[in-house]
Design a protein around this ligand. Structure first.
Ligand SMILES: Cc1cc2nc3c(=O)[nH]c(=O)nc-3n(C[C@H](O)[C@H](O)[C@H](O)COP(=O)(O)OP(=O)(O)OC[C@H]3O[C@@H](n4cnc5c(N)ncnc54)[C@H](O)[C@@H]3O)c2cc1C
Length: 283
């Protein structure tokens, strides 16, 4: 097995990893960065950037649609139509530009980038596809992945934020499970693109991890957009044959919501489960 030696080894090329790598490179520290998927991580590829691009498309579409219905400002336009494949291609172009920029910055600052999945042997040794890397300092910047619900396994009509950001076509009806910021921003964007959206949340209010005063404008906006909210409802399963999502309210009453797609946005968990943390502490 070939061995590469470095001072700093970073696992993960998202904002945590690539920013640290660039800074270390600027300071003249020999640095290797390992990335299993795409440079830029969740944020640039399937998170912040593509979601804001989709939100921009949705807002433009919504505004144009408003102008086509009411000419209050004196602007009259025809009812708009949407080519979602073109919108996704535009969003992908932005992502490509930004991730290429990250690759260029890493190169400029002398960071060695290795593409592959890192397996931690111990706190100073990592294997990537048959190559061993030995380092003085190991930085884990492996980010997080979407939490799945056992009663709503991903596939077909059940999607995560990653699929929601690259739709091949838009569903007529979408139910978002989870009223955190990811579920709500995607739900609102889909609504503005003309989809009938509902939101199911197990807790008693939307955005449960934020101060309730701050969440009021969001609740008002959901109401204005006609997005029904099912608070204190927990999901029990989805019947693909009838396109019905079964939910139960706080009193134990079961309800069936008609929907074509279900977006599961119930949180994210750290991607360090595969690592032997004991082995990491051992050196
Ligand atoms: C839909 C959505 C919208 C979001 N919007 C926002 C927003 O508007 N503003 C905001 O601040 N945040 C937002 N976030 C959160 C943001 O994406 C994360 O906080 C950020 O990406 C975390 O950066 P990170 O570097 O820690 O991890 P990540 O970006 O997840 O990067 C970790 C990288 O490590 C790699 N990796 C993991 N394990 C290994 C391994 N063993 N070997 C090699 N590589 C590995 C992964 O492939 C990944 O590329 C959003 C997230 C989502 C999902």
């Amino acid at each position: 097995m070939q061995t590469l030696k470095t001072t700093l080894l970073i696992i993960g090329g998202g904002p945590g990893g690539y920013v640290a790598a660039i800074r270390a490179g600027q300071l003249g520290i020999p640095t290797v960065l390992v990335e299993g998927q795409a440079l830029g991580g969740t944020c640039l590829n399937v998170g912040c950037i593509p979601s804001k691009a989709l939100i921009h498309v949705a807002e433009q579409f919504h505004q144009t649609h408003q102008h086509s219905q009411h000419a209050q400002l004196g602007i009259t336009v025809q009812a708009p139509s949407l080519d979602i494949a073109q919108s996704v291609a535009w969003k992908d172009g932005i992502v490509d530009r930004l991730t290429s920029g990250v690759a260029a910055l890493l190169k400029k600052h002398g960071v060695t980038v290795i593409h592959g999945w890192a397996h931690v042997v111990d706190g100073k040794t990592v294997d990537v596809d048959g190559q061993r890397i030995q380092c003085e300092h190991l930085l884990l910047a492996t980010g997080s992945s979407s939490v799945e619900l056992p009663m709503l396994p991903l596939g077909d009509a059940i999607i995560s934020s990653t699929e929601a950001l690259a739709p091949k076509r838009l569903p007529r009806r979408l139910t978002v499970v989870g009223a955190g910021y990811i579920g709500l921003e995607l739900g609102i964007a889909y609504r503005k693109l003309g989809v009938e959206v509902s939101v199911v949340e197990a807790r008693e209010r939307i955005l449960p991890s934020y101060d309730s005063e701050l969440t009021q404008p969001v609740a008002e906006s959901l109401k204005k957009l006609g997005i029904p909210l099912y608070l204190q409802h927990s999901v029990e399963g989805f019947d693909a044959a009838t396109h019905r999502l079964q939910v139960r309210d706080a009193n134990g009453e079961q309800l069936k919501l008609d929907t074509d797609q279900v977006l599961v946005a119930v949180g994210r968990r750290p991607r360090t489960q595969g690592f032997n943390l004991e082995a990491l502490r051992s050196r």
